[in-house]
Write a protein that binds this ligand. Structure first.
Ligand code: DC
Length: 258
């Protein structure tokens, strides 16, 4: 019997960037427009953090956290972004201030990252195509992604966006506390040894003015590079989406769903 062909590598659009850069909004909008599944990898690290807090495993107990990551049954639904651990849905509990404060420390442990990487790669392999969002999508989890975009914005703008988003749910949110939380997570995510937050190797800047031209339908601003750094500070969410959508469509192989 002839050997069965190796499964085709999944088609991945990899989006990385710091908190408040606009990458989550972009990832969701892009997945909706393309009708592709969406992988929110931060939700996986957050779900593990909820369980660690519940079970009293401290953020400084690397061995305990690694064991926990290996033992739990973590499920993520790419169609809805919902997460479960050992059959219990945790989606509504992953974005609390307690989880925000602990998650970066959980995510810096090498053995935890190895388990998460396995979950993420299996998810994409099962779906066949994926918009994947996180900190190490283009650098570690999907190094062969069809397109890698490192989404960035100035620290002031990132804080402003996050405050606006949080105040829509709770008008009493303190801007200084949000700034401090973002700054400390930036430091931990970019400064850690394991899969630090950074653009994929060989990434080139895509000037916002060129992205804006593409968003208006002018193909002259489409870059040839497939690993880009996009500063969204001066761009509206709709401009970011239109520009990256044009880029994805130009980067995909001809037969790919678009
Ligand atoms: O994207 P987010 O804010 O939900 O991510 C939560 C934390 O998880 C973030 O501080 C860093 C970590 N994370 C990571 O280390 N690697 C990923 N691929 C995604 C998130």
């Amino acid at each position: 019997m002839p050997p069965s062909p190796a499964p085709a590598a999944p088609l991945v659009v990899a989006l990385d960037g710091p908190a408040g850069s606009g990458k989550s909004t972009l990832a969701r909008d892009l997945a909706r427009e393309l009708r592709w599944p969406f992988l929110d990898t931060g939700a996986m690290y957050r779900a593990l953090t909820v369980v660690a807090l519940d079970r009293g495993v401290g953020a400084d107990d690397a061995a305990g956290l690694a064991r926990l990551a290996q033992r739990i049954d973590l499920r993520y639904d790419p169609a809805t972004g919902r997460v479960w651990v050992d059959g219990v849905e945790l989606t509504g509990r992953i974005r609390t201030p307690e989880v925000n404060a602990a998650v970066s420390r959980v995510a810096e442990i090498r053995a935890v990252r190895a388990v998460m990487r396995g979950h993420q790669q299996r998810c994409a392999a099962q779906a066949g195509r994926m918009v994947a969002e996180g900190r190490d999508m283009g650098t570690a989890v999907f190094p062969d992604a069809a397109l890698k975009v490192y989404v960035d914005a100035s620290p002031e703008e990132r804080v402003r966006r996050r405050v606006e988003e949080m105040r829509s749910k709770d008008p009493s949110v303190d801007a200084a506390a949000v700034a401090e939380s973002i700054e400390s997570r930036d430091e931990q995510d970019a400064g850690r040894e394991e899969d630090p937050l950074r653009p994929a190797p060989g990434s080139v800047p895509w000037p916002p003015a060129d992205a804006q031209r593409v968003a208006r339908g002018d193909p002259g601003g489409l870059p040839a590079a497939r690993a880009l750094i996009l500063d969204t500070t001066t761009l509206a969410p709709g401009e970011v989406l239109a520009a990256v959508l044009a880029l994805v469509r130009s980067a995909l192989p001809p037969a790919a769903p678009r």
